[in-house]
Design a protein around this ligand. Structure first.
Ligand SMILES: Cc1cc2nc3c(=O)[nH]c(=O)nc-3n(C[C@H](O)[C@H](O)[C@H](O)COP(=O)(O)OP(=O)(O)OC[C@H]3O[C@@H](n4cnc5c(N)ncnc54)[C@H](O)[C@@H]3O)c2cc1C
Length: 418
């Protein structure tokens, strides 16, 4: 088949690769001059099945309300648009126990499959993407431990492997943890990984090119037209190029591209901050990834750099940085790994958007419009879910039954108005 993929983030590139590996003729259209320039640019790099959970969960509303006015709040809502309010309302409706459990199970199935597929691609193609093994969740207090129990039970029920560690045991795995920093307990996920999402995407792009994928950079695709949904146009006066299938992997911009087809995809930009700094002293730096559960801040080791991320903002200005959110990242890094990174100079500060659907799981599958397919809305877990989403979508386009059940990952769950 002759197939167009719109978007060259981690989702578009993995999709293009899988389709090309199955023998299709694939063209990728990307509005930037290179792959992974938007949401996939500098994310934390944690590929965790346990942490790929919907944000819409039973304690969410209480959590948002109690933290809203705090300086260190992990979630800020500022000048939300009507669309943001609508999205928040839809998220609220997905916070009940039954909906959460369903969405949690559906994401987990995809995340576990995705982890396997990522490891297979990495090993068979020899992709060097600053990988390290294991993720540890750091719990500062008895309150953190208590709050964590619900999530741990879900993970236990799902058969995920993790271990509860004492302070001493945790320091064997991450010896650079500051001895002064009190650790009530840690949860270790030995099968999770940290890796450089952008580097992986660029390496896989080269592999896709080797398989014959045609890349069109600096090509901003116009919204798909109802009359010719499989035709890609980048300027109004073009007749465009028609494909047998079009896969929309355009991150946040996907809703705009699909709107003329009558699909109103409720995607919100949930912004977060990431600082990346050179390792100052390797013995003082983390070996892999840790998450400070209280502040929802993640610290990861990517080769010679330490990356710290956190904060979630709905609404507000995408370009403007919130100094308090960035300060929290430095503070949490300094608390657990003082002296790990050179934070005085050459620190890369990135504000990125998580393309998030209100209930959590991404949309992977048919759009309901002949020849138009969806792989979008991966929210805070696009790196963890990319390889699996790409493979199941490619199988579906190929008419082959995917290796996992796609229940709950399709459009039907959102009850969209046409
Ligand atoms: C702060 C932060 C930390 C994160 N940490 C993690 C993490 O630790 N683990 C994890 O799993 N996930 C993480 N994520 C989430 C992850 O980064 C995203 O889910 C993922 O990158 C989304 O990939 P994507 O390909 O869908 O979107 P993008 O990477 O945004 O790609 C979409 C592409 O489509 C292109 N495009 C859009 N419109 C058009 C058009 N009209 N024509 C042509 N091209 C178009 C864009 O230019 C872009 O390149 C994090 C995100 C943030 C913001």
């Amino acid at each position: 088949m002759n197939i167009a993929v719109i978007g060259a983030g981690v989702i578009g590139i993995t999709t293009a690769y899988e389709l090309a590996a199955m023998g299709h003729r694939v063209s990728v259209f990307e509005r930037h001059g290179a792959a992974a320039e938007e949401g996939s640019f500098a994310n934390t790099g944690i590929a965790s099945a346990g942490y790929a959970a919907p944000w819409a969960h039973p304690g969410m509303i209480k959590h948002v309300l109690t933290h809203l006015w705090q300086r260190d709040t992990p979630l800020r809502i500022s000048s939300p648009s009507m669309g943001d309010w609508k999205w928040l309302w839809q998220m609220r409706k997905a916070c009940d126990n039954a909906t959460f459990a369903r969405n949690r199970t559906n994401i987990l199935r995809l995340a576990e499959y995705s982890g396997h597929r990522m490891r297979t691609l990495t090993d068979t193609l020899n992709l060097e993407h600053e990988r390290s093994q294991g993720l540890m969740v750091l719990l500062r207090s008895a309150r953190d431990i208590e709050r964590m129990q619900g999530s741990l039970q879900v993970m236990r029920d799902a058969g995920l492997s993790f271990k509860t560690l004492s302070d001493q045991e945790a320091r064997v795995i991450e010896p650079a943890l500051d001895p002064q920093a009190l650790l009530a307990q840690a949860i270790h996920f030995p099968e999770d990984e940290v890796g450089n999402c952008r580097q992986f995407t660029l390496l896989l792009k080269s592999e896709a090119e080797t398989l014959g994928v045609n890349f069109h950079f600096n090509a901003s695709v116009l919204p798909l037209s109802k009359a010719q949904p499989n035709t890609i146009r980048t300027t109004e006066d073009q007749t465009g190029e028609t494909f047998q299938a079009v896969v929309v992997c355009a991150g946040l911009a996907s809703s705009q591209l699909l709107r003329p087809l009558g699909l109103r995809i409720p995607l919100a930009a949930v912004h977060g901050y990431v600082i990346s700094a050179a390792v100052r002293e390797p013995l003082d730096a983390p070996r892999s990834g840790v998450i400070d559960e209280q502040y929802k801040v993640a610290i990861s080791r990517l080769g010679h750099r330490v990356r710290v991320s956190g904060g979630s903002e709905i609404g507000g200005n995408a370009k403007r940085h919130n100094p308090a959110s960035i300060k929290t990242l430095y503070r949490v890094l300094d608390h657990w790994f003082p002296g790990a990174a050179r934070t005085q100079d050459n620190v890369q500060v990135w504000k990125g958007a998580r393309p998030m659907l209100p209930d959590g799981p991404p949309l992977v599958g048919a759009s309901g419009v002949s020849g138009v397919w969806l792989n979008l809305g991966h929210g805070a877990s696009g790196w963890a879910l990319a390889c699996g989403s790409a493979r199941v979508l490619a199988d579906s386009i190929n008419g082959k039954s995917p290796d996992i059940d796609l229940q709950g990952l399709g459009l039907e769950r959102l009850n969209l108005r046409r």
